[in-house]
Design a protein around this ligand. Structure first.
Ligand SMILES: Nc1ncnc2c1ncn2[C@@H]1O[C@H](COP(=O)(O)OP(=O)(O)OP(=O)(O)O)[C@@H](O)[C@H]1O
Length: 610
């Protein structure tokens, strides 16, 4: 690692740690302090236990004096040393175990708590993110970051922090004990520190690269898995199982290479620091031998010093190993925080106004819209007004911009020119909750959760009672098929509502809209998935639903829009014709041609004679 790299690392680590402290750790400070106290206790006792070697050896084997001093605190007669010293060792190690266990338990709770918080915040940020951003990334990568990346952070917090503090503090305690035995020898030991820190830096760069790669590849793998499950019918009908297997195998392999690189960095860091530790042991031996010859050091001191040195080596090994876990955790935390920091562009204005309940007039005023910063406009100068009780139909060639226009009203996207208003207020000046509360949306492929039918109908109105749910289902012509199901309203619909037919799903979605009872209704090809019989039922249900509301309806089948108060023909992002069915047929333009193609020309004749 080059010096600027290292500087940059230190600089970016500080704000990261400050943020972890501020957002996640500070309110758990009690637990954190207790766990550090336990770590200090365990570390101190480790050093103490090893330091006991000195009186043990001198008292039990050398037997020069009549009394043995235990760490300068108490004196016991040499003849009783064989009883007392082992007893003290057992008591101290039992206490050490209690501290170590206490610390592990506390930090586990701390680590899991922090990661749970991060996962919840990530989900919150994801579900509130702009549609444009969510659409630009596959859902698989979000899942991977909530599960895998967050898990790396957890590992850094649990095993990382537990062992780091425990071994770090042990190391300090052991070094202090060494200084008490012989400060010159301790200086030699300290020579190892810069060598180890050099090793740590080298491995941390490798680990960071590996962790970065592993996270990216985990997101790719997760994306591929989800895509395969979503597209399983296509895969089966095209006999692409083997090809998909090969694609996933390639992704698994790529991910594995990064994971292995990370594991290697972890595995190599240990032996490398061992090497340093043994070099230090050799130096200590040489120097201690020379000191012993001159009578400056006795056997007990020497044995205790070597014991401490070996314990220091072991702790050092753990700390170097852990450095890689911490690096992975920090790399993951950086990535997660970067994702958390993307503020949605579609935000509520600070002085957003409430939208009072009641009927709403919707107006698109000279609206233009372009997806992304560059590119051709999808909508240009569109003006449409819909009053309460009116229906505006949007028809026209595929890709003309009809769905895009509907998505501007609930602010899934914001206009790039002109404005969309509700009762004369720009939607950007209205509280987002209020705005969306006043809009019911029924789409071609309505989404159902894997829950009961009743819960799906009441999704936006969790407080609705059974009577209200049934009334909505009756109005949506759904009640009869629901009660014929084995568990009636309590029947679970399966993933995406797959246990229901397209028409049934559609009617559940219409029941949801009835229950929401919103003054604005958006229908995006709401009847296109239906057979003629269901269509008649749904059409009648929709007509009931539309009463008194401002409705914007997209339909390819012109039979469903004939009764609309005004039909807008949208082509290449512009309204090219507008009027009633009869007027547009009479006009003989694009609508009349579309109507003719769909055999509605009989109606055209009817309209002309009218
Ligand atoms: N998320 C998006 N990002 C970029 N371009 C998009 C996005 N969604 C739609 N478009 C483009 O905007 C244009 C209008 O699409 P839109 O879905 O609004 O048309 P539509 O009239 O509803 O079509 P259809 O009748 O086939 O549903 C298309 O050219 C489409 O490629």
């Amino acid at each position: 690692m080059t010096a600027p790299d290292a500087l940059q690392d230190d600089a970016s680590l500080r704000p990261l740690l400050a943020r972890v402290w501020r957002d996640y750790l500070s309110r758990r400070w009690g637990r954190l302090a207790l766990s550090l106290a336990c770590a200090a206790g365990a570390g101190g006792l480790t050093a103490l236990l090893l330091k006991l070697l000195e009186p043990a050896i001198n008292g039990l084997f050398v037997r020069q004096d009549t009394a043995v001093s235990i760490l300068g605190l108490i004196e016991i007669p040499t003849r009783e040393a064989a009883v007392w010293i082992p007893l003290i060792i057992v008591a101290a190690s039992a206490l050490r175990a209690v501290f170590a266990l206490g610390q592990a338990a506390l930090v586990n709770r701390l680590g899991h708590g922090v990661v749970g918080d991060i996962q919840i915040r990530l989900f919150g940020a994801m579900i509130r993110a702009d549609l444009a951003r969510l659409r630009s990334q596959h859902s698989g990568s979000f899942v991977a970051s909530v599960l895998f990346n967050a898990n790396l952070v957890r590992e850094a917090f649990t095993s990382g922090v537990v062992n780091y503090t425990q071994h770090g503090l042990t190391l300090i305690a052991v070094l202090i004990a060494m200084v008490f035995i012989d400060w010159r020898l301790s200086l030699i030991v300290l020579l190892g520190v810069p060598m180890v820190s050099l090793i740590l830096r080298r491995f941390s760069k490798r680990t960071r690269k590996a962790a970065q790669g592993a996270m990216e590849e985990t997101e790719n793998l997760s994306t591929a898995l989800m895509e395969n499950l979503d597209g399983v019918r296509l895969i089966k009908i095209e006999n692409r199982e083997a090809a998909e297997e090969a694609r996933v195998a390639e992704l698994v392999g790529r991910r594995q290479r990064f994971v292995i690189k990370g594991a290697d960095a972890r595995a190599f860091a240990g032996p490398a620091s061992d090497l340093v530790a043994y070099v230090v042991v050799a130096l200590v031996l040489a120097y201690a031998g020379w000191r012993a010859q001159s009578g400056a050091m006795n056997v007990g001191q020497f044995a205790a010093f070597i014991g401490l040195l070996l314990a220091a080596g072991q702790s050092l090994r753990q700390v170097t190993n852990l450095a890689t876990v911490m690096t992975e955790g920090f790399t993951a935390a950086r990535r997660l925080f970067a994702a958390l920091d993307i503020a949605p562009e579609i935000r509520e204005a600070a002085d957003a106004r409430a939208l009072p309940p009641g009927p709403v007039t919707v107006a698109f005023e000279d609206v233009s819209f372009t997806y992304g910063p560059a590119g051709a406009p999808t909508l240009s100068n569109v003006s449409i007004t819909v009053k309460p009780g009116e229906t505006a139909a949007l028809v026209g060639p595929s890709g003309g911009g009809k769905s895009t226009l509907l998505s501007l009203l609930p602010r899934f996207y914001d206009v790039t020119g002109g404005r969309v208003t509700v009762n004369g207020l720009d939607v950007r000046e209205v509280r987002i909750d209020d705005l969306r509360d006043r809009i019911a949306l029924v789409t071609q492929e309505p989404f159902l959760f894997d829950d009961t039918i009743a819960a799906n109908i009441a999704y936006g109105r969790a407080d609705a009672d059974q009577a209200a749910i049934e009334a909505a289902a009756k109005a949506a012509a759904a009640h009869d098929f629901i009660v014929a199901l084995p568990d009636g309203y309590q029947t679970r619909v399966g993933e995406g509502g797959m246990r229901l037919s397209g028409g049934q799903r559609q009617r559940v979605a219409i029941a949801r809209a009835f229950l929401k009872d919103a003054p604005i209704l958006l229908l995006d090809e709401a009847t296109s998935a239906l057979d003629t019989e269901s269509e008649a039922l749904v059409q009648a249900a929709l007509e009931r639903l539309m009463q008194g509301r401002a409705t914007l309806m997209i339909a390819h089948r012109l039979s469903t829009v004939r009764k609309a108060d005004r039909i807008h023909v949208i082509e290449a992002g512009r309204v090219v014709e507008a009027g009633t069915h009869a007027a547009l047929v009479r006009k003989g333009g694009l609508y009349a041609r579309l109507a003719k193609q769909q055999s509605l020309d009989g109606d055209a004749a009817e309209a002309e004679s009218a």
